[in-house]
Design a binder for this molecule. Structure first.
Ligand SMILES: CC(C)(COP(=O)(O)OP(=O)(O)OC[C@H]1O[C@@H](n2cnc3c(N)ncnc32)[C@H](O)[C@@H]1OP(=O)(O)O)[C@@H](O)C(=O)NCCC(=O)NCCS
Length: 169
């Protein structure tokens, strides 16, 4: 399979925050943002693999800033690293200032998707070649994050998480 660049999976979804999507403080409801991120991430994973993809785990979400009613929110998702059948998707959330049009980063998240065949069995995906300094940084740290996710899910044992252990030794 020909390796791909992260930019080939770039997916950008821009939408408003409507009243039905807010919490009692009139800020975007967290579950709504998770759904928007899942949608963008699944398109990015599909663009990278050109296969059916499923969400395997949500590895990290940081709701650093509340997003008020009426905001224009952009979800930007890109594959940061692929393994054998799984892909890490890094998501940045931007909020656009109404008057200046400047975008400020509000939140970020990291999802793992797996490519599957028609019967739901995992299938191999193309490798990825990071290009920009940020893509390289995210690529380099992705194996540690995969090991942490598998460890928390009880799918590997601590002594199998070599990259993760190396951080503490
Ligand atoms: C995701 C799924 C396909 C994995 O199937 P599986 O039988 O566990 O397959 P494997 O153990 O071979 O894992 C497949 C890949 O997923 C990775 N993976 C599985 N669970 C993971 C987790 N919690 N975190 C990170 N990666 C994970 C494995 O490391 C493996 O990656 P690799 O092939 O790139 O090394 C399966 O669990 C599934 O279909 N889950 C439901 C998905 C779904 O419906 N999502 C929507 C939510 S409702």
């Amino acid at each position: 399979m020909t390796p791909k660049h992260p930019s080939e999976s770039l997916t950008t979804l821009t939408d408003l925050v409507l009243p039905s999507e807010t919490n009692p403080l009139n800020n975007l409801f967290g579950g709504e943002l998770l759904a928007r991120m899942d949608r963008a991430a699944s398109i990015a994973a599909r663009r990278h693999s050109r296969r059916i993809v499923v969400t395997a785990s949500v590895n990290h979400v940081a709701f650093n800033r509340a997003i008020p009613l009426g905001s224009v929110v952009t979800v930007e998702a890109k594959v940061s690293r692929s393994f054998k059948t799984s892909m890490e998707i890094y998501i940045d959330i931007w909020v656009e200032d109404r008057e200046s049009g400047n975008k400020t980063k509000a939140n970020e998240a990291i999802y793992t998707f797996v490519a599957v065949d028609d019967t739901g069995r995992p299938v191999e995906v193309p490798q990825i070649v990071p290009q920009t300094p940020l893509e390289i940084e995210r690529f380099d740290a992705a194996l540690r994050r995969k090991q942490l996710s598998l460890l928390l899910a009880g799918k590997i044992k601590p002594n199998e998480a070599s990259e993760l252990r190396a951080l503490f030794i």
